[in-house]
Design a protein around this ligand. Structure first.
Ligand code: 5GP
Length: 185
């Protein structure tokens, strides 16, 4: 029997989900992060097994056929997926945070009806673009693709359980933590 819940966090690439999740886990050590598998290349500073499991397309497709994903999606020319075994093991110890996009979130909602879905919005589109460029590792073409996708992603926020704005990472983390505390009452 698992005791924790799945907490899905979505929001456009560059919205600051990683920072917010990091603050949340510092403040609550019983929260754990489900490390996804992806076929995209690591960014500078990203660590295999910590930020993602970086695997080949061939390996990802084999794992799809072995039914190893709770959900997966192909976007920005790459696969991303939540590993079923890992999420289930971590749920035995507490709530598990999933940083996944809306198509994956919709799959989680179907398979885990008690999951909580939270959407993080940027303060503005200009700020989102500025943050994406600030990463310095994303090509012009990637920025264009990611901004187009951001518009679509933000339209999906209407069916999430909660929408929070990341105007300040610490404040945003606190808001999500209080949503999580509310689930425990
Ligand atoms: P990035 O390449 O910037 O790390 O992530 C791009 C997008 O992929 C983000 O919106 C992130 O939430 C999403 N993502 C990361 N891991 C997963 C996953 O396991 N499944 C799905 N569906 N999306 C994911």
């Amino acid at each position: 029997m698992s005791s924790g819940k799945l907490i899905v966090i979505s929001g456009a690439s560059g919205v600051g989900k990683g920072t917010v999740l990091g603050i949340m886990m510092q403040k609550r050590s019983d929260l754990s992060f489900s490390v996804s598998a992806t076929t995209r290349a690591p960014r500078p500073g990203e660590v295999d097994g910590k930020h993602y499991f970086f695997i080949s397309r061939e390996c990802f497709e084999e794992m799809i056929s072995n039914d190893e994903f709770l959900e997966y999606d192909a976007h920005a020319a790459n696969y991303y997926g939540t590993l079923k075994g890992q999420a289930e093991a971590k749920m035995k110890k507490g709530h598990v945070l999933l940083d996944i996009e809306p198509k994956g979130a919709a799959q989680v909602r179907k398979s885990a009806s008690d999951a909580t879905l939270i959407f993080i919005m940027p303060p503005s589109m200009e700020e989102l673009e500025r943050r994406l460029r600030g990463r310095g590792d994303t090509s012009e073409e990637q920025i264009k693709l990611r901004m187009e996708r951001a518009v679509w992603e933000m339209e999906q926020r209407t069916w999430y359980d909660h929408v929070v704005i990341n105007d300040d990472a610490e404040r945003c983390a606190d808001e999500i933590l209080s949503i999580i505390s509310g689930l425990e009452d």
